[in-house]
Design a protein around this ligand. Structure first.
Ligand code: GLN
Ligand code: ZN
Length: 766
């Protein structure tokens, strides 16, 4: 039996890489200094795994920005627009230009597109493909990192994005060809890399092929067989690991076990049940890597549970053919729990239930020892300790709250339903709200200026007391209300100045959440996030937003819209419990948000927005799982929204997403008004609503808030005409694409003044 790690976090336990990259980009350190930071991080990671006793230690899991972009540079798949940079600049500068764009020295070249890595919050750089594209070994990163490891005495296991996964992640940039046709052209480069690695003494190679666990068409399946057969033919002696993760193999099972490779890695956290199926059909030569430790969450492994899976496998195929591993790369885990040493942030009671990347490495090794014939005394002690921690988590009053559980139990379908259908609510709402045609509003946040962020920082450090901080925020809120009144916006917002982040703000006030000091995870490039941790039953001890909404409403006769984050988005952007289904945790959050909605209504707020930008990204990877997810996700939203009177208007907001395939579910959310990001698609996203004859009201964003560019009144009128051509005018609202948090005031002022004018002009046309 062996242990291995699929990949280790590369930002460094104190985010050294983030800092170094940003310093390099702003010219504060040299290229050599940056490269040194990278080298140190790699060596530390290797050493840590070596000392822990890991058998197969990965290399090439490091990246200065993104592992998919690394592969793009390795294969020389450099889009034409970077040609000049490729000639003039170092490989690293070319690499960063592809990642971030290049706007210097008279050049203005856009970055490559970025999108989410499967269902994680990590973003990768999308490869660009052309019909007659040629590939050649360009960056020698893979080989160099292997040699680096060799120098410190480690025969590392290079981790390489599988050829099929690389292709399937990419985008065809012209019509008339299928990207799978490129496989035969890319293959020689893979072969060249493997040859060099083999010559230098590599024994194991890990190909990451998460697509093997997703829905695949016939052509992709065929190509999988072809490619791996060819690789095997050329390298009869290399030990090839194919790593699948984030899903079970399901209908690809027979394809996966038939690939002529040495080891197949399974994600047994996502899909423990696939082990039995695999064991039924596994060929005699194939070894199995059991991904039993959750690479995507922060919980301590339940050793007994993992040992049951390990035994199930060893009983059938013997321990010689087994490897033990985390479920996927530890890229998605924070670095080191030992750095959480502030009892008042993360209490030791909760901390004992957790494991970050470094701890997961130790767990992997311990599991191997425990699975051996006669584990020694100290290993058995570790098992006893683990049992105790798992037991304490099962029963801790910090986690389990019977009132919350009872409330969930008695929640019925009725609670997820407004009293009356929209057609009737609409009349009551119009009666009291009295809004014009094409009512104008914004999505919630107004610019978070340096001053605002400064006040928060000072308040946290104790340099401002609560009263001083509160007064400053009130002034900013009042100014924003006055300004919205002045330019004639119909439905005002308070501006969200009191919020750092739309999930953190609520997490800090809800019970069942904790925060870490250092639980950073890479999101993209040098961007890291520190997700809240939902550890226990969630409830709302006190109102969370009523104070600010009530204050803002007291300043004006116009309607102020209350502003909340929805249950699915809060769930989606946190580390969640693994001791109950996500749907149940979501329901608890939904009930907490419902209490807030009801309290806002009681305080006189008659328009309440519940943001759900993450509803689409929560979609399962396999299409056959979609309906189950959508059913509970929509229900959670409805629970949060349905405690109010007919006349109270519920809004929701979603950022750029496709609606075609989920439009029925969006309609089922039954929000009175939905605002969506739309301007970049020139209102095309509205077609899904039009074709569906979406009955409720819609605010298609009329300008892109991601850019400092100020849109003209005329272009917004044009967009409104376009919208009105497919959606009746009575159903339309006028608003920007998203919150204005990241914008400056001067752009915001100009843009919103033009937006209000556009709405007035458009309403004269109809
Ligand atoms: N209300 C939030 C804001 O305006 C919405 C943010 C979002 O959709 N991502 O900032
Ligand atoms: Zn948004």
């Amino acid at each position: 039996m062996q242990t291995h790690i699929l990949g280790y976090p590369r930002i460094g336990s104190n985010r050294e890489l983030k800092k170094a990259c940003e310093q390099y980009w702003s010219g504060k350190i040299t290229l050599d200094e940056l490269l040194d930071v990278g080298k140190n991080i790699r060596q530390n990671n290797w050493k840590l795994q070596q000392e822990a006793g890991i058998d197969l230690i990965p290399c090439n899991d490091f990246s200065f920005y993104d592992q998919v972009l690394d592969m793009t540079l390795t294969l020389g798949a450099i889009p034409e627009r970077y040609e000049e940079i490729a000639l003039k600049k170092s490989e690293t500068d070319l690499y960063f230009a592809m990642a971030r764009g290049f706007q210097k020295e008279g050049l203005d070249i856009t970055a490559m597109e970025m999108t989410k890595w499967f269902d994680t919050n990590y973003h990768f750089i999308v490869p660009e493909f052309h019909k007659n594209q040629e590939f050649k070994l360009f960056s020698r990163k893979i080989i160099n990192e292997f040699l680096d490891a060799k120098q410190v005495g480690i025969n590392a296991k290079p981790v390489i994005i599988g050829l099929l996964t690389y292709i399937l992640l990419g985008k065809e940039k012209e019509e008339g060809f299928n990207k799978l046709e490129l496989a035969q052209k890319i293959l020689p480069v893979y072969i060249q890399i493997l040859k060099e690695l083999e010559t230098h003494g590599a024994e194991y190679i890990q190909f990451d092929e998460p697509f093997l666990a997703l829905d695949l068409d016939e052509k992709s399946k065929e190509t999988y067989s072809l490619i791996y057969t060819e690789i095997r033919k050329q390298f009869p002696h290399l030990k090839i690991i194919v790593a699948t993760y984030f899903e079970g193999l399901r209908d690809n099972l027979s394809l996966a076990v038939s690939l002529p490779v040495n080891v197949l890695h399974l994600d047994l956290v996502r899909s423990p049940e696939q082990l039995e199926e695999v064991l039924k059909v596994i060929p005699e030569t194939l070894h199995l890597s059991l991904g039993v430790i959750d690479g995507r969450n922060i919980w301590k492994n339940d050793f007994e549970k993992s040992l049951r899976l390990i035994r199930q496998a060893t009983d059938k195929i013997g321990s010689e053919r087994i490897l033990i591993a985390p479920s996927c790369s530890l890229l998605h885990s924070p670095s080191d729990l030992d750095l959480e040493n502030n009892e008042s942030v993360l209490s030791s009671e909760i901390k004992q239930w957790m494991a970050f990347a470094k701890q997961k490495v130790s767990e992997t090794v311990t599991l191997k020892k425990l699975a051996a014939e006669n584990p020694d005394y100290s290993t058995l002690l570790l098992l006893a300790e683990n049992k105790k921690a798992i037991e304490s988590r099962k029963t801790s009053p910090l986690i389990h709250n019977s009132e919350v559980k009872d409330r969930v139990d008695v929640t019925t379908e009725e609670d997820a339903k407004r009293n009356k259908p929209f057609s009737i609510r609409k009349i009551s709402q119009q009666d009291i709200l009295n809004l014009p045609l094409f009512p104008t509003t914004t999505i919630g946040s107004f610019p978070q200026t340096k001053e605002v962020r400064n006040w928060r920082a000072k308040f946290k450090k104790g340099e401002l007391n609560a009263k001083q901080y509160d007064d400053l925020l009130k002034k900013e809120t009042e100014r924003t209300i006055r300004w919205q009144e002045e330019i004639g916006i119909d439905v005002l917002v308070h501006g969200e100045f009191e919020r750092n982040d739309m999930v953190e703000y609520f997490g800090e006030q809800l019970s069942g959440f904790v925060f870490t000091q250092n639980g950073w995870v890479q999101s993209y490039g040098s961007r890291c996030v520190k997700p809240p941790v939902i550890f226990g039953d969630v409830y709302r001890p006190n109102p969370m937003t009523v104070y600010w909404s009530e204050y803002a409403q007291s300043l004006t006769k116009k309607w102020v819209k209350g502003m909340l984050t929805g249950p699915v988005t809060i769930l989606q952007w946190s580390f969640v419990r693994d001791d109950q289904p996500r749907s149940l945790t979501c329901k608890q959050i939904a009930l907490a948000i419902r209490d807030e909605v009801n309290d806002l209504e009681k305080a006189g707020i008659r328009i309440i927005q519940i943001d759900e930008p993450a509803i689409r990204e929560g979609l399962p990877l396999r299409k056959s799982d979609w309906q189950h997810y959508l059913q509970w996700a929509v229900e959670a939203f409805r629970i949060s929204a349905s405690g109010v009177e007919d006349a109270t208007q519920i809004h929701t907001h979603m950022c750029y997403s496709e609606f075609n395939d989920i439009i029925q579910n969006i309609a089922d959310m039954d929000a009175d008004v939905i605002t969506i990001e739309c301007s970049r698609s020139q209102m095309e996203l509205l077609n899904a609503f039009a074709d569906f004859k979406y009955p409720n009201e819609i605010g298609p964003g009329v300008y892109d808030i991601h850019s400092p560019r100020v849109p003209s009144k005329d272009e917004m009128v044009e967009l409104l005409k376009k919208a009105q051509a497919v959606i009746p005018a009575q159903q339309l609202w006028v608003n920007p694409d998203c919150g204005l948090k990241t914008r400056h005031w001067d752009e915001t002022e100009k843009a919103l003044i033009a937006m209000v004018e556009a709405s007035r002009e458009a309403s004269k046309l109809f």
